[in-house]
Design a binder for this molecule. Structure first.
Ligand SMILES: C[S@@+](CC[C@H](N)C(=O)[O-])C[C@H]1O[C@@H](n2cnc3c(N)ncnc32)[C@H](O)[C@@H]1O
Length: 443
């Protein structure tokens, strides 16, 4: 029993029973009820941890902001979700394991967490009381050289200051990060940049500490206005408070920071199906191409489920904010290889398209993009073609969470039949992940 059983059953027949905020849009205590967007976050974590543990053979999941383990309505929180996977892998006699290290700062939540996880073996689930960064040395010593996924899921931004993350960022063993990046709160912090009040300075400092840089300050202030002149400048203050792109621009800066340590950094918006508004971004950072592929496919399924939830909630007209992620213009990630600032996934311009039409359009654009990527790789390095996995990773920079592996099948076959590209087993099957994809048939 994973605490989601009833939700899964109901999802088959009705709008999910998880809750939406009250009329005023205010949430009560986070742990009172499981909101539908929290369900999506948990679902992503559950699927990724399970798959990644299998791929890596063993995995530590460090839940650095673990919470109380369970919502008061009975739904499982992240620690119980991962603990259940760890236990199941053991019960099924798998030759690999998942071990869960949970950190919780609040005394009452910590006590609740211990109670919620008491039934699990201590070598599978271990809880730490206190500040996550305070336990860092011990956590890293336990993880040692094993693969580790660090799940950073704070309230707001307190606790994820850049300096505190350094030991994780510079860890040499397989390391991945899944971060709840509060893209609603962060622009509010940035908005204080034009105030001279001491409290405003503290907020600006906090944001710089989280992003690990002050370069955001001149970047968010209107071009042509100096930082000094902008202080107390009414026009800049107004421009910032109405700037809908501010959150995305700050996210890009944060992702570029992460790119200093991880070649692959992507984000996915966790939205409320009721109004389509983004609650936060989940930022995923990895050095593993396989990790990109797995997370991408999980998020494609999440996105499909989200769109179904929106349709069930709004059968006649979905709210504009809930539109599909864009097929065409999204540049939803930056990487060390291409450090162009990314736009957030923008919304599909034409939400009147049917699912089949969207798939068709996606395949058409994908075909063009595959052709361009393979051709470019060939021109840059004629003797080192891309593997199929590398190709998908490269294209995920544009279409993360939008194009799943199976969508490649049609465009690849058409490109092969058109004599544009090939691979060793072409004509028999699609390439394997490590199979090279050539520009034009090899001589
Ligand atoms: C959003 S909740 C976590 C929810 C949980 N990850 C889940 O999905 O069920 C954030 C939790 O982090 C805890 N917390 C806040 N600051 C912390 C810190 N510096 N170290 C560890 N835990 C912290 C809070 O008490 C709270 O329980």
């Amino acid at each position: 029993m994973d605490g989601y059983g009833s939700l899964y059953d109901l999802r088959e027949v009705a709008v999910p029973t998880y809750q939406h905020p009250n009329v005023a849009g205010e949430e009560n205590d986070y742990f009172d009820t499981l909101y539908e967007w929290t369900y999506r976050k948990h679902d992503i974590l559950r699927k990724y941890v399970e798959t990644f543990a299998k791929i890596k053979k063993n995995l530590y999941c460090v839940d650095a902001f673990a919470g109380r383990g369970q919502h008061r309505d009975g739904a499982h929180g992240s620690p119980l979700i991962t603990a259940s996977i760890a236990q199941r892998l053991r019960d099924e006699g798998k030759p690999y394991w998942l071990r869960c290290l949970n950190v919780e700062k609040d005394s009452q939540y910590y006590a609740d967490l211990c109670e919620a996880t008491a039934a699990f073996a201590t070598d599978l689930v271990h809880n730490f009381r206190g500040d996550f960064a305070g336990h860092m040395t011990r956590l890293l010593a336990i993880c040692d050289k094993q693969p580790a996924l660090f799940f950073l899921d704070p309230f707001g931004v307190d606790g994820i200051e850049w300096k505190r993350l350094q030991p994780i960022l510079t860890r040499t063993a397989t390391t991945e990060l899944l971060i709840n990046f509060n893209v609603r709160y962060i622009p509010r912090l940035a908005g204080h940049v034009t105030s001279n009040a001491a409290a405003a300075h503290a907020k600006v400092r906090l944001l710089s500490e989280v992003l690990g840089t002050t370069t955001w300050i001149p970047q968010v202030i209107s071009p042509g206005v100096s930082v000094e002149n902008s202080l107390a400048d009414e026009r800049v203050t107004t421009a910032l408070s109405t700037d809908a792109t501010l959150g995305d621009r700050l996210t890009d800066i944060y992702k570029q920071q992460l790119c200093l340590h991880f070649p692959y950094v992507y984000h996915y918006p966790i939205r409320a199906a009721a109004d389509g508004h983004v609650r936060y971004y989940l930022i995923f950072a990895t050095r593993s191409e396989k990790g990109v592929s797995v997370m991408n496919d999980i998020l494609c399924a999440t996105e499909e489920q989200y769109q179904e939830d929106v349709e069930r909630l709004h059968p006649s007209a979905p709210p504009p904010a809930a539109a599909q992620l864009s097929l065409f213009a999204a540049e939803s990630a930056v990487s060390a290889a291409s450090m162009t600032p990314a736009e957030a996934p923008v919304q599909c311009q034409n939400s009147a398209l049917s699912r089949d039409e969207i798939l068709l359009a996606r395949q058409g654009h994908l075909k063009t993009a595959i052709q361009a990527a393979v051709q470019q790789a060939f021109q840059n390095h004629p003797h080192t073609p891309l593997t199929y996995l590398q190709l998908r990773c490269q294209l995920a920079r544009q279409w993360f969470a939008q194009v799943k592996r199976s969508t490649y099948s049609q465009p690849l076959q058409e490109l092969y039949r058109g004599g544009v590209l090939t691979w060793d087993t072409a004509g028999k099957r699609l390439p394997k992940d490590d199979e090279l994809v050539y520009w034009a048939p090899p001589k």
